[in-house]
Design a protein around this ligand. Structure first.
Ligand code: M6R
Length: 611
């Protein structure tokens, strides 16, 4: 939530900042702004997208070699010009951009008002700017010290960049709870919420840790804690190609990411799952394997789509590794005082690795003595760094706000992990284990076959683009797929959609069914196939419209359903990965036909770094 970018060096800052903001726009896109130090310091900000900002400054002086930019996802105060970042302190000494939430901002604001500070916005960030200025003007401190003193007074989360009017040869960056990466160029530095604005300039980066402060000058970087303890920077190389963060000829990132899934699922299993030797090895968890194998219980924590992947994980681990599993919304888990034992293993799932509630859940579990492992996509993210061990999904950057390839890679990782644990525990028959390995390596080519039917999915989308409600039903492994299908539709097309376990339909949702209501039933062949066939009959008996996801060659449901979306035959435990793909494409096409903003749906942001 909110994207931050900064530059200091010999180049013109403006083009770097604008391009960087465009790359970060998936993090928030309700307003944008920049501050640049040139002959004088100029600040421009406006409600709207980065392109609106670009148009807004077209006749302005944006020259200068030091600057910072922000793209906002509103928390405190509606999206408008005043609430847009950067925020300047009352006496003009500091300019601040911020991602996160200052939780004690109202107390701080009251005290600053009493001291004569004034506020132009409703944001918590302006409080921070004024607080820094307050410490600075008290006298005898540098800009850096003023920032450190102010940060010691705030609670909440922040990634921020500060420009000082009096010390205009530096950028001061700090983090607690929200991500920040420093890029090291040749006599220049970059700072950003993630590596995407940096990667085309340098591959050398430093990930800031909580309570770190970086002072960036053209030829000098110094890293400290907010308690002024010097830190030796740990420079890492990022492995990110520019092509992976561009649309590559697709109309939208979401479509590109859907079509990348044969490759991304392959990346998740590459070097880990071998059809030749019939083995699975996740190197990232080997150090804690005995603890996982001996766990009395697994607790999966996640949010949104990652939580849906976790639900598939529950079915997988219980089925194969015979271990009880609880799947928790991280936001509920963290506030509920959950009962945790030392022999519990917690699995945190997150695409971004920055979701605030999931991070807080991890910390809570670790404090209780539980082992926490991560399943993360973004390499070097906070969750990847804070968990004891883990599995990277290697799906590559996911830019579209609606998660697609992250889900299939998460489920793939959970599938292979559950099989690896089952094998260690001897809870799976060798023949089934080998069969599932063979099937898992075939999943990418089966996804290709589904993608080839895209035109057919588009045609069905055209028929139902004006529906007001959708119901999604599934059983077993397909219940989480129903939830995920419904989430995809509502978040990008703004059509109300609900996912339900198919058997629960008759306990309430059946009352909604009429001849206008499309019901998407995930009905691929599995052990409850006959039961789902009955559910379809129940919908048809009430004149509902049935769009069924079926196994290729199914003739029974074809006769009953209004439309069938076919997926190749596979073991039911793996079919969740396949069944979600027609649903992703259905949602995508409906949203395109409704003229929705596919990659930047209203009110959403990719990475939810606020609680
Ligand atoms: O980065 P994470 O996987 O932790 O994100 C969790 C959710 O915010 C995310 O899945 C969200 O629900 C997506 N918009 C779903 O498409």
């Amino acid at each position: 939530m909110c994207g931050i970018v900064g530059y200091i060096g010999d180049k013109q800052a403006f083009p770097i900042l604008i391009k960087g903001l465009k790359r970060l726009e998936y993090r928030g896109y309700d307003s944008a702004g920049i501050a640049i130090i040139g002959e004088e310091t100029n600040t421009f900000k406006i409600k709207g997208k980065v392109s609106d900002l670009e148009n807004f400054v077209v006749n302005e002086d944006t020259s200068g070699n030091i600057g910072m930019g922000h793209t906002r996802w509103a928390t405190h105060g509606e999206p408008n010009n005043d609430n847009a970042h950067p925020h300047t302190s009352t006496h003009g000494k500091f300019i601040v951009i911020h991602n996160g939430i200052i939780e004690n901002y109202s107390t701080l604001k009251e005290s600053l008002l009493e001291k004569g500070y004034s506020f132009k916005s409703e944001t918590d960030t302006e409080v921070l700017a004024n607080l820094i200025e307050y410490f600075y003007l008290k006298g005898g401190v540098t800009a850096e010290e003023a920032v450190r003193f102010a940060l010691q007074k705030v609670s909440g989360a922040y990634a921020l960049v500060v420009l000082s009017h009096d010390e205009d040869d530096k950028l001061i960056a700090a983090r607690k709870g929200s991500p920040l990466v420093i890029g090291i160029g040749d006599h220049e530095y970059y700072v950003a919420s993630d590596a995407t604005p940096i990667v085309e300039h340098t591959k050398s980066v430093i990930y800031l840790n909580d309570f770190d402060i970086a002072i960036l000058k053209k030829n000098e970087l110094s890293l400290k804690t907010i308690k002024n303890i010097k830190i030796t920077p740990k420079i890492q190389k990022i492995d990110l190609e520019i092509s992976s963060i561009e649309k590559g000829g697709f109309d939208h990132f979401m479509l590109k990411e859907i079509f990348e899934q044969p490759e991304t699922v392959l990346n998740t299993i590459r070097g880990r799952v071998s059809a030749e030797t019939k083995t699975i090895q996740h190197g990232g968890i080997l150090s804690v394997l005995p603890q996982i194998v001996n766990a009395k219980r697994l607790i999966i924590i996640a949010c949104g789509t990652s939580w849906h992947a976790g639900l598939v994980g529950e079915y997988l681990f219980e089925e194969f590794a015979r271990v009880p599993v609880e799947v928790e919304y991280a936001s509920e888990f963290r506030y509920r005082n959950p009962v945790l034992y030392k022999d519990d293993v917690v699995i945190a799932i997150s695409q971004s690795g920055e979701t605030a509630d999931t991070l807080a859940g991890i910390r809570l579990a670790q404090d209780a003595g539980a082992l926490v492992i991560g399943i993360c996509n973004v390499v070097g993210s906070s969750i990847a760094r804070e968990t004891t061990a883990g599995i990277y999904t290697y799906a590559g950057p996911e830019i579209g706000v609606a998660s697609t390839k992250a889900f299939t890679s998460q489920v793939t990782a959970l599938t292979s992990l559950s099989l690896m644990i089952a094998k260690e525990k001897n809870t799976i028959e060798q023949s089934l284990y080998e069969n599932l390995i063979s099937e898992l390596v075939e999943i990418p080519s089966k996804i290709e076959l589904i993608l080839q039917q895209n035109e057919k999915f588009r045609a069905i989308a055209a028929m139902y683009k004006d529906a007001e409600n959708f119901l999604y039903l599934g059983r077993g492994f397909f219940f989480p797929v129903a939830l995920e299908g419904a989430l995809k539709l509502k978040e990008i097309s703004y059509i109300h959609a609900e996912g339900y376990p198919a058997a629960e339909m008759k306990h309430g949702p059946i009352a909604l069914i009429d001849k206008k209501m499309p019901v998407v039933v995930i009905a691929a062949k599995d052990k409850s196939y006959d039961k789902i066939v009955s559910n379809i009959q129940e919908v048809k008996a009430r004149k509902g419209i049935v769009i069924a996801v079926v196994t290729q060659g199914d003739t029974v449901i074809r006769k009953m359903a209004d439309h069938v979306l076919e997926i190749p035959k596979s073991h039911e435990a793996l079919a969740a990965i396949l069944a979600v793909i027609p649903l992703q494409l259905l949602s995508y096409h409906i949203a395109v036909m409704r003229d929705c903003n596919i990659d930047q749906p209203r009110n959403l942001a990719k990475s939810v770094t606020v609680e």
